[in-house]
Structures are given as structure tokens and as C-alpha cells.
Design a protein around this ligand. Structure first.
Ligand SMILES: Cc1cc2nc3c(=O)[nH]c(=O)nc-3n(C[C@H](O)[C@H](O)[C@H](O)COP(=O)(O)OP(=O)(O)OC[C@H]3O[C@@H](n4cnc5c(N)ncnc54)[C@H](O)[C@@H]3O)c2cc1C
Ligand code: SF4
Length: 328
């Protein structure tokens, strides 16, 4: 039997020092990802450092310039916060489309960003080939069942999809992740927080041992206020995205697009920003025709495998529909 120590901490400094000194320890938020991974034998920490009772990390604060959410805020609380719903609707919608109400009541914002891929080969240690779980072992998904896998940001070493919804909305609106660790505090733009698999798919984030997420900051903008999150999946609830899009539009008085934000989920190895689609929208007359034309530029450079080529067209249609549905 694998014995696990449980440590409940009441000071951030204690959590950081414990995690730094014991590389086999892991921080515990709501436990909805970590406990699953422990049960299936993928994660085997010797000690859980429970962050739940740390003071001051569960705030949700919306000011003129930004939304600031503490790492221990629950998904469900952030999703229904009136300021979030009004000024960052895509963020609220992305949270509400994730998991189930019970899971959202438990899951923390920090844990959400750190969730792992749902690749079946990764989650089942009876498959020996998985570079992410066991570096250098190969990738069973390349020639195996890859219907849910990524078509963007992949490498010959891993094609696992980033599964989350919330981070896709964060990507569209240039969020910043705040970190605290043994060497002090730092802030990482969301795009740099998620690493491409490359040759080292086991490294998903630039966090070093002992570093913790303390919060997330999402700048305010007219495009964030006029935004949508659309998630397309095999069934209508309690399912990960086959493709999703977080979009935001600022429309000028003359009807042209002054600012556009587009990010994709469910089709890439990390939340995926679409600058070419944004550029094709800006300065032109807003309307379904333009939205469809610009959306056709999404997923450029996609690298489909045997079972997931449908994701390319699905991603484009998801972007177009999300743009059409932005309230104007
Ligand atoms: C059945 C099911 C369906 C789901 N469906 C969806 C979905 O549709 N969309 C979606 O987006 N998500 C989905 N999820 C994932 C869910 O959103 C995550 O499990 C949840 O957000 C993780 O948060 P947590 O607080 O429980 O994290 P935990 O399980 O506690 O931790 C997750 C990871 O983050 C680390 N960690 C926790 N807090 C911190 C911190 N502050 N700093 C650094 N590391 C930290 C932990 O060590 C662990 O590695 C689903 C999960 C399940 C079980
Ligand atoms: S896609 Fe990535 S996570 Fe899945 S088997 Fe291949 S290496 Fe492992």
C-alpha cells in the first residue's frame, strides 16, 4: 500500500517551504483532478499539502481595470459573480460549461489551471507508451485512438489536448497568472504559462518545485464585456470540448470591428490564441459574412491524425458561431 501524509497548512510560506523541501509532495486544492490521478496510479505523491485553509486566497475582486481572482476561489463562485457575468461573460460561461455543479463547487481556480490531459493512454498506466507520464516511452496516441486529441501545437512526442475551458477564456483576454515560490513572486502571461509539448511533454508549466499559483488577473476591456464562450461536445453537459471558442468584439459606432479576441479550446495542446482571425476582423464591417470569412483562417497549420481531422472544420465553425452570437 502507498502511504500518503496529509498536511493542512495555514500559512502560504509553510506550504511553499514544505513543497520545496519535498519534491514528492503535491499541493491539494479541491482534489477533483489530483485524487482521480492518484486513484488511477498516475500521480503518487507521498505528501498532500492541503491549501484549502490558507487565508486570503479565495477573493474575487473586480475593479475598473481588471478582475482579480484568488487561487482558492471556487469555480462556481467565480462563474456566478455578478461583475464577472456582466464584464467578462465569456469567463463566466467557460466556467459554467466545465465539469458539473458538484465538481465546480469543490474545484479551485488554481487547480483548474493545473488540470491534466484526459488522454486515455496517459490516465491508464497499463499502457506503457506515454511520454507525458513516462518520458522517453513513446506515444500510444500517435497511431492509436486519437479522436479527442489535438490538431494544433502537437509534436511527434505528444498530441494530448489541453482539456480545460476557463483557461481558453483567459487566453482570449490576456490574463496574467500570479505565482509565489521559494524565490519570491512573479507574474506570467497566460500564453507563457502553458508550454507546448515539444520534446518534453511532461513539462506543462514553467513552475518550479514549491511555486504555487496565488491568483489570476484578467484585464478589463470592451471586447471582454462583449464576449462569448461556445463549447461543442459529444453530449450537452458533463463532457470535455471537441472544440470551443472564447471570442470578444468591440464594435465602433460606424459598425466596424475595433478590437477582436479569439481563442480556441479542445483542439490544441494548450489554450490557443488565433491572431490571424483577429487581424482579419479588425477594421471591417461586423456581420455574419465577415465572421465566417475570418473564422475560416482558424486552425491554420493544423496537423490532424487518423481520427481527429474533423476538428479542423469544427474549430472554424465554432469560431464563426461564437462570433455571430456575441451580443451587439
Ligand atoms: C468528471 C470530470 C469532468 C470534468 N469536466 C471538465 C470540463 O468539462 N471542463 C474543465 O475545464 N474541467 C473539467 N474538469 C476538471 C476540473 O475542472 C478540475 O478537476 C478542477 O478544476 C481542478 O481543481 P481542483 O481545485 O480540484 O484541483 P486539484 O485536484 O486539487 O489539483 C489539480 C492539480 O493542481 C495542483 N494545484 C492545485 N492548486 C494549486 C495551486 N494553487 N498552485 C499550483 N498547483 C496547484 C495540484 O497539485 C494538482 O496537480 C472535470 C473533472 C472531472 C473529474
Ligand atoms: S498524447 Fe501525450 S499524453 Fe497521450 S499517450 Fe501520447 S504522450 Fe501520452
Amino acid at each position: 500500500m502507498h502511504t500518503i501524509d496529509y498536511l493542512r497548512v495555514d500559512a502560504l510560506e509553510t506550504a511553499i517551504a514544505t513543497l520545496r523541501d519535498d519534491p514528492s509532495s503535491a499541493p491539494l486544492g479541491g482534489g477533483t483532478t489530483l485524487v482521480d490521478l492518484m486513484k488511477c496510479g498516475v500521480a503518487q505523491p507521498s505528501r498532500l499539502v492541503d491549501l484549502t485553509y490558507l487565508p486570503g486566497l479565495d477573493g474575487i475582486e473586480a475593479c475598473e481595470s481588471a478582475l482579480r481572482v484568488g487561487a482558492l476561489a471556487r469555480m462556481s463562485d467565480v462563474a456566478v459573480h455578478p461583475e464577472v457575468q456582466q464584464r467578462w461573460p465569456a469567463v463566466s460561461e467557460a466556467l459554467l460549461r466545465g465539469a458539473s455543479q458538484q465538481l465546480r463547487n469543490m474545484a479551485t481556480i488554481g487547480g483548474n489551471l493545473m488540470q491534466r490531459t484526459r488522454c486515455g493512454y496517459f490516465r491508464d498506466p497499463t499502457f506503457s507508451e506515454c511520454n507525458k507520464r513516462s518520458p522517453g516511452s513513446g506515444c500510444a496516441a500517435l497511431e492509436g485512438e486519437n479522436r479527442g486529441h489535438a490538431v494544433l501545437g502537437t509534436s511527434d512526442h505528444c498530441i494530448a489536448t489541453y482539456p480545460g475551458d476557463f483557461a481558453v477564456a483567459l487566453m482570449a483576454f490576456d490574463a496574467i497568472v500570479h505565482i509565489l515560490g521559494p524565490d519570491g513572486a512573479r507574474s506570467i502571461p497566460i500564453d507563457d504559462f502553458f508550454l507546448l509539448p515539444g520534446d518534453t511533454p511532461e513539462q506543462e508549466h514553467p513552475l518550479s518545485q514549491g511555486e504555487l499559483i496565488t491568483g489570476v488577473e484578467v484585464p478589463a476591456s470592451p471586447a471582454a464585456r462583449q464576449s462569448r464562450y461556445l463549447k461543442v461536445r459529444d453530449r450537452v453537459s458533463y463532457e470535455f470540448a471537441a472544440a470551443s471558442a472564447a471570442v470578444g468584439l468591440e464594435i465602433a459606432d460606424d459598425g466596424t470591428v475595433a478590437d477582436a479576441r479569439v481563442a480556441l479550446g479542445g483542439v490544441a495542446t494548450k489554450p490557443w490564441r488565433e491572431p490571424a482571425v483577429e487581424a482579419a476582423l479588425i477594421g471591417r464591417s461586423a456581420g455574419p459574412e465577415l465572421f465566417r470569412e475570418a473564422a475560416a483562417l482558424a486552425a491554420a497549420g493544423a496537423h490532424p491524425r487518423q481520427h481527429n481531422a474533423y476538428k479542423v472544420e469544427l474549430a472554424r465553425r465554432t469560431v464563426a458561431r461564437a462570433l455571430i452570437n456575441v451580443p451587439r
